[in-house]
Design a protein around this ligand. Structure first.
Ligand code: C2G
Length: 131
């Protein structure tokens, strides 16, 4: 039973997110998503359109996701890998190299981001159309 863990805000879920989750799940048998809380988003200087609970509910409906846990801070990853017995840590390659310290605890894989899609872009488009 290979367990995979990944982290993110996952606001306004789009096919780039799904593409990441699909590939992450394909690396193992069980995918844990550590979802940034609204408070942690503020630390990341991100404002979500959907609240944590709404983003959590949306992710839990995704066929590739087995468990959603809160991401409260930058420091919890090592503890999470141990606590959830993760064999593989996965992130999009915009984070390449940033989490290599986890290589002491699990496999670290950065996957190519899906080009030309982002929550920010979608929100900007909807705003300028006053939708
Ligand atoms: N992603 C992707 N392609 C996109 C957009 C996002 O592959 N077009 C990936 C990101 O690389 C990340 C995941 O989808 O692995 C979630 O993206 P965000 O919600 O933007 O996450 P981020 O704000 O980068 O938070 O501790 C790590 C942070 O919580 C990561």
């Amino acid at each position: 039973m290979k367990r995979v863990i990944t982290y993110g805000t996952y606001d306004v879920l789009h096919y780039g997110h799904i593409n990441l989750l699909k590939r992450a799940k394909a690396l193992g048998d069980y995918l844990i998503v550590a979802l940034s809380t609204d408070e942690f988003n503020a630390i990341k200087h991100k404002k979500s359109y959907y609240t944590y609970e709404q983003r959590k509910m949306i992710l839990e409906a995704c066929r590739y996701v087995d468990l959603v846990i809160p991401e409260n801070n930058w420091e919890q990853k090592t503890e999470d890998v141990r606590k959830y017995q993760a064999d593989i840590f996965v992130m999009g390659d915009d984070w390449k190299g940033k989490f290599d310290f986890l290589k002491d605890y699990c496999e670290v894989i950065y996957l190519p981001r899906t080009p030309d899609v982002s929550s920010t872009q979608t929100k900007e488009y909807l705003n300028c159309r006053n939708l």
